[in-house]
Ligand binder design. Structure first.
Ligand code: ATP
Length: 360
C-alpha cells in the first residue's frame, strides 16, 4: 500500500510549537523508507500520525490514495514495532505471536489450527523455528525483537512502521537482522518505514531516505542522492563525514583560511564562507604546497592520512596519489566540496591550473 502525507502539521499541545511542520511525502507501494534525523526531529511523532495513534492539526494522511481523516488506528491495517516493545512474559512465544488473531471478534477470528499454522509460518520466516514453546525470558534480545515483529505481522498488515526496533541490540546482531529484515519486507510485499539513528543501516536497507530536522522534512531521496547532492549543509553533515573549512570569497574565488588548501572558483557574493567537503573527495596535490601528509594505514586505493597544514592537523581517509606515500610539500584540492555563504549553497570548481606550483 502506498502512503502519502500532505502538509502534515502537529503542534505541541503544551506550547503550540510544531512537532511536525508541514511534512509532505510520497511513499511508494512496496518500498522501504528510512526516516533519519537528530533526536527530537519529529520522526516518532510522524510515524504515530501515520499509524493513527496521534492526532495532527492540519494536513492529510492517505493510504492507497484514500484520506484517513477520521479513520482510527485499528482500521488502518498498519503494523507498528517500537524499540521497547514488551512481549507478554507469561505467554509462550507462539501465544505471543498468535495473540492478535486470537482476540479477534468471533466472526473474523481464524480457527485454532489456522492460527497455529500462521504462527508456524511466521516462526519460520523469522528464523525462530522450534522456539514457539519458549517464554520471552528464555530468548536473546534479537530473538525477542523478532518475536515482536512476528506478532505485529501475524494480523497481516500491509504497511509496517518500525521505530528503532533494533536500537538496543549489539552492532553484530543488528547487522545480521538488517539483511534478514529486507528479505522479510520483500517476501511479504510490505511497505516499510523504519526510524533509525544508524546512517549505514539507512543506506543499506532503504530505497528512500527521508531526513527530518525541527519537525520538517529537509530532503527525501535515494541514499546516494542524499550523500552526493545534499540540499544544505545540515544534510551534508548528517549523511556522511565532512571536513569544514572557513575562508573568504573575493571576486568569485574562495580562499580557505588554512594554508596549503587550494582556492576554488565559487559563484557567490564576496564575504566570509564555509566550505564542506567529504574527506574521501579531498585530493592530495604533491608539489603544490608545504603541507605534509603521512600515510598511517592503507586499505586498497584508500589511505588514512595525518595531514599537517600550518598549525592544524587533519585526519583524512582519501585516495592515495600515485607514488606518493608519505607526501611532503603538498596542497589539498577541495574542489569537490560545497560552499555555504549565508543562505547560498553552491558547488565549487577547480581554478584553471596556473602551470606552476602555488606555494612551492
Ligand atoms: N505528546 C507530546 N506532547 C508534547 N511534546 C511532544 C509530544 N510528543 C513529542 N513531543 C516533542 O516533539 C518533539 C519531537 O519528538 P519525537 O519523539 O517525534 O522526535 P524523534 O525524532 O523521534 O526523536 P528521537 O530520535 O529522540 O526518538 C520533541 O521535542 C518531543 O519532546
Amino acid at each position: 500500500m502506498s502512503v502519502q502525507l500532505e502538509q502534515i502539521t502537529r503542534l505541541n499541545p503544551g506550547n503550540g510549537r510544531p512537532i511536525v511542520d508541514g511534512a509532505s511525502l510520497a511513499v511508494a507501494d512496496g518500498s522501504f523508507t528510512a526516516l533519519v534525523g537528530p533526536s527530537g526531529a519529529g520522526k516518532t511523532s510522524l510515524l504515530r500520525i501515520i499509524a493513527g495513534l496521534d492526532p495532527h492539526n492540519s494536513g492529510h494522511v492517505l493510504i492507497d490514495g484514500t484520506r484517513m481523516d477520521g479513520v482510527g488506528a485499528a482500521a488502518r491495517n498498519i503494523g507498528f514495532v517500537f524499540q521497547h516493545y514488551a512481549l507478554f512474559a507469561h505467554m509462550s512465544v507462539a501465544a505471543n505471536i498468535g495473540f492478535g488473531l486470537s482476540i479477534r471478534p468471533r466472526g473474523s477470528r481464524p480457527r485454532r489450527d489456522a492460527i497455529a499454522r500462521r504462527v508456524e509460518d511466521l516462526l519460520d520466516l523469522m528464523q525462530l523455528s522450534g522456539l514457539g514453546g519458549r517464554y520471552p525470558h528464555e530468548l536473546s534480545g534479537g530473538q525477542r525483537q523478532r518475536v515482536a515483529l512476528a506478532r505485529t505481522l501475524a494480523t497481516g498488515p500491509r504497511v509496517l512502521l518500525l521505530d528503532e526496533p533494533f536500537g538496543a541490540l549489539d552492532p553484530l546482531v543488528r547487522r545480521q537482522i538488517r539483511s534478514w529484515l529486507r528479505d522479510v519486507h520483500e517476501k511479504l510485499g510490505l511497505t516499510t518505514i523504519l526510524v533509525t539513528h544508524d546512517r549505514q543501516e539507512a543506506s543499506e536497507l532503504a530505497d528512500m531516505v527521508v531526513l527530518m530536522h525541527h519537525g520538517r522534512i529537509v530532503q527525501a531521496g535515494t541514499p546516494q542522492a542524499l550523500e552526493d547532492t545534499p540540499a544544505d549543509p545540515f544534510t551534508m553533515a548528517f549523511t556522511g563525514d565532512v571536513v569544514r573549512l572557513d575562508g573568504r570569497v573575493e571576486n568569485s574565488i574562495f580562499t580557505p583560511d588554512l594554508p596549503d588548501v587550494l582556492p576554488v572558483a565559487a559563484p557567490v557574493a564576496a564575504g566570509p564562507a564555509e566550505l564542506l567537503v567529504r574527506p574521501i573527495d579531498i585530493r592530495l596535490r604533491p608539489g603544490y604546497g608545504q603541507a605534509t601528509a603521512t600515510l598511517r594505514q592503507a586499505r586498497g586505493p584508500l589511505g588514512l592520512y595525518t595531514i599537517h597544514l600550518g598549525t592544524q592537523t587533519l585526519q583524512v581517509e582519501t585516495l592515495i596519489p600515485p607514488d606518493a606515500a608519505p607526501v611532503a610539500h603538498c596542497a589539498l584540492d577541495v574542489s569537490a566540496g560545497r560552499l555555504a555563504r549565508g543562505a547560498a549553497w553552491a558547488t565549487v570548481t577547480s581554478l584553471p591550473p596556473s602551470g606552476e606550483s602555488v606555494h612551492a
